[in-house]
Design a protein around this ligand. Structure first.
Ligand code: HEC
Length: 305
């Protein structure tokens, strides 16, 4: 009878050890998984910014340039050269979401809501299919809806892209001189435009200190700019998830790892949120689009791009 209990005692201990080992393995795997609430369903977000060594990449360094004056009027008529250049740029920058045939069915767009635009259809556009509106989309992005800004591409590239996109359907509204004039005026293209600097957040913060601006001063100017921003939905989203914006921006200024990817930003929201000026459930208040928009918005805010 005594041996009988000894045997089952040992089985019990092995069972407990098994549970601990499996639990540890699960916890170690957690950083690769960010649970998000999209329509109540947990969705696994892959961290795609890691390179093959597992290191995360900050924003690429792109030097601000003065792009040469653009002869806007030549876009009154499309040429094969414009379309060819546009196609190459489209393959490189847009196919992942908008699809090879421009049908909005690219692999990277599969989980987006709203879906990337199908360029064969003329209805339901947010900004619109006119050249003025497409240029606005590429300049500013529609970040709250998952469409990034391509203001880093020279204006001529953006116009060539539009020329290519227009080949997907015969129903695009014709391009008029008045429209091209308005693009020219609004973005001063014939004068040549200054392309924004895109520098990593970490470098931007270091630069700041060199310029003898304290983090407090920078944070104060950022708080002001967020509060005054009435057009970008991400500014409103950021206000919504912070309880003390000065504190929150100071935390983000001191630890720039959040700039690497969205998962790192979530990590900051989840670490002592209340003490750091964020609302307790900040990360659960965001859906995937809002998170993408907010991440881009904060990078822009910190680098002044
Ligand atoms: C990460 C995915 C993604 C990439 C890459 C992307 N787009 Fe989009 N794009 C979207 C989504 C999502 C929408 C839908 C936005 C909406 O409905 O408001 C969109 C919408 C658009 C629209 C229509 C805007 C409107 O008025 O409704 C245009 C034009 C556009 N994209 C052009 C481009 C071009 C050109 C490129 C490449 C330089 C590109 N996009 C790259 C996701 C993407």
């Amino acid at each position: 009878m005594k041996d009988y209990f000894k045997f089952y005692g040992a089985v019990y201990i092995i069972f407990i050890i098994g549970i601990i080992v499996m639990g540890t393995m699960y916890i170690n795997d957690l950083p690769n998984v960010t649970k998000e609430r999209i329509g109540g369903l947990p969705v696994v977000v892959k961290d795609s910014t890691k390179d093959s060594t597992g290191k995360v990449a900050d924003l690429p360094m792109i030097k601000g340039t003065l792009s040469p004056p653009t002869d806007v009027m030549k876009y009154l008529a499309s040429t094969p050269e414009m379309v060819d250049k546009g196609k190459a740029l489209f393959t490189m920058n847009c196919v992942s979401c908008h699809g090879e045939q421009g049908k909005g069915d690219g692999v990277a767009g599969a989980n987006l809501n709203p879906k990337p635009r199908n360029f064969h259809e003329m209805t339901g556009w947010t900004n619109g299919p006119a050249i003025t509106m497409m240029f606005k989309t590429l300049q500013e992005g529609i970040t709250s809806r998952g469409m990034a800004s391509y203001s880093n591409l020279p204006p001529e590239d953006r116009l060539n892209l539009i020329m290519y996109v227009r080949t997907f359907s015969p129903d695009y509204p014709p391009i008029t001189q008045v429209q091209l004039d308005s693009i020219d005026q609004k973005y001063s293209l014939t004068k040549g435009v200054k392309m924004p600097n895109q520098i990593p957040v970490k470098m931007a913060m270091e630069l700041l200190l060199k310029e003898n601006m304290t983090i407090d001063q920078k944070v104060a100017s950022m708080v002001k700019s967020v509060n005054e921003n009435k057009t970008d939905t991400s500014a409103v989203v950021f206000k919504g998830i912070t309880s003390n914006m000065t504190k929150a921006l100071t935390v983000l200024a001191q630890d720039s790892t959040w700039a690497n990817n969205e998962a790192s930003l979530i990590k900051i929201f989840d670490n002592n949120p209340v003490q750091n000026g964020f609302k307790a459930r900040a990360s659960y208040m965001l859906n995937a689009q809002q998170l993408t928009g907010l991440h881009a918005f904060l990078k822009k805010l910190f680098t002044g791009a």
